[in-house]
Design a protein around this ligand. Sequence first.
Ligand code: PLP
Length: 376
Amino acid sequence: MSVYLDNAATTKPCAEAVSAAVDAMTENYGNPSSLHRAGLDAQLAMDSARKIIASSIGADSSELYFTSGATESNNLALRGASAAYGKKRRKIVVSAVEHASVDETAAALEKNGFEVTRVSPREDGRFYAEDFISACDDETCLISVMLVNNETGYIMPVKETFSAVKRRFPDIITHCDCVQGYMKLPVKATALHADLISLSAHKIHGVKGVGALYIRRGVRVLPIVTGGKQEKGVRSGTESVPLIAAFGAAAQKLRPTISERYARAQELKAHLLGRLAEIGGISVNSPDDGSPYVINISVGGKRSEIMLHFLESRGICVSSGSACSKGQQSGVLGQFGITGKRADSALRISITAETTEAELDELCAALREGMEKVRG
Ligand code: PLP
């Protein structure tokens, strides 16, 4: 892989994460539930990661539950919190641009009798807190709004929405999928007014297959996986200590540099947009004030997959729309007013602060060549 620009799909595990995982596989390999020394050592490694990750979002360790990834965290949040309300409240509010792990889960709950309201952006392509609030009422059990959209980098008005919801409807549970914002923007549970927060390790240079759900103390979430009562019964199953230790190591590494890295990503985004403008025929689908880590563009009516494979032939990895949807159009771009040929030719470029201008220039040179050589 010479130029990897698909960091919203996954990131390269950092050396610290790899070393923590290796240690937990070769030395500290006990089962954290075991009562002997090996179990205790594994438990200590897990406690340390839990503390690092919890404190990174301003939470207490006792409020953080490990899962197999944000897909499971989102399932647990929606299914577990709505179930905790029993039959009393049967309405759920979500944004219309959520990741499939929220959207499909909401659709499954809808089939089971919940009424789901999907809030769309207005004609200007922007979301407004008022639209979420007017979708809520006294029968709503849960509202779920992501922090950063994974396809366009759009930053959702989570804080404004959740604070107003909590003022008007204090019993509605607020859930935020923070996967694309965590360690990129400051994420604080109390500042967001979020009762539940989903995180994923592999988007922050940890390892795939582990995530976490923050559950504010006092909020009830029923388990969706039952068994040995690990994670205080909220998520049964032997915890993956290697992956959890790696998650903690990655979070510890990134936490002190969130703002510096954000500023660097902004410089890189500005550089890229400047170069893209020189090529001509390329439209930018991401908002100016979106996360600089995700830049969605449409390339002169050339079908995404064809251009993607052309770029691949030049050693450059990008994604068409969202990698999670495996080439299937997700409908999220349509929500943002990007439709037809423009949506069919969308590419997602997702960077890290370590991406270089030279790599972005290489992408632009290949895009220019592709514009000439690739047939629509
Ligand atoms: N939520 C968002 C916004 C994502 O971008 C992703 C992955 O792309 C997920 C959830 C799912 O995360 P995981 O791969 O840890 O299941």
